[in-house]
Write a protein that binds this ligand. Structure first.
Ligand SMILES: [Zn+2]
Length: 157
């Protein structure tokens, strides 16, 4: 008769609800961070072990009684184009994919200026279709989500 060998009993460490939790991502207050040709969004897990306490006339409240998750993650939009308004009022857009064609312009320096000194004027943080626009003087940089690529072949500023 053959018996299945059963090794010594193992006892894995007890799992807690904290170990099993699915991260509950939400945006942090800062952001997006604009640097190096990208708009970067940070998200933080807001999960914490809580207990529901009856606060009497104030109703039920969840209070933190255990560890809080401090995991973070980020996602980024790449620079899609920069544009400017000429003194004549004409608008021009330089596609990031075509920056090489404009080697007579200090586009790298302009991008640094926009990213260091500009104002974020428009934010749609949607991971798939979002856009971020940053303006500095008569320049504007536009950053797009991966699934929202630059597709306009002509000036669109
Ligand atoms: Zn978490």
């Amino acid at each position: 008769m053959v018996r299945a060998f059963s090794g010594p009993p193992t006892s894995p460490p007890p799992e807690t609800s904290f170990d099993r939790h699915e991260h509950e991502w939400e945006p942090t207050n800062e952001g997006p961070i604009i640097e190096d040709g990208a708009a970067i969004f940070l998200e933080q897990c807001r999960y914490a072990v809580t207990k529901t306490v009856d606060m009497g006339k104030y109703g039920l409240e969840d209070i933190v009684v255990g560890p809080e998750c401090d995991e973070t993650r980020s996602y980024r939009f790449e620079l899609a184009n920069i544009g400017r308004v000429l003194p004549s009022g004409e608008r021009i857009t330089y596609l990031a994919s075509e920056f090489d064609r404009f080697s007579h312009l200090p586009l790298d320096d302009i991008i640094v200026d926009i990213e260091m000194k500009g104002d974020v004027v428009d934010v749609d943080p949607d991971r798939d279709s979002g856009t971020v626009r940053v303006e500095y003087e008569n320049w504007r940089a536009e950053y797009r989500a991966k699934h929202n690529p630059q597709s306009d072949p002509y000036p669109i500023f």
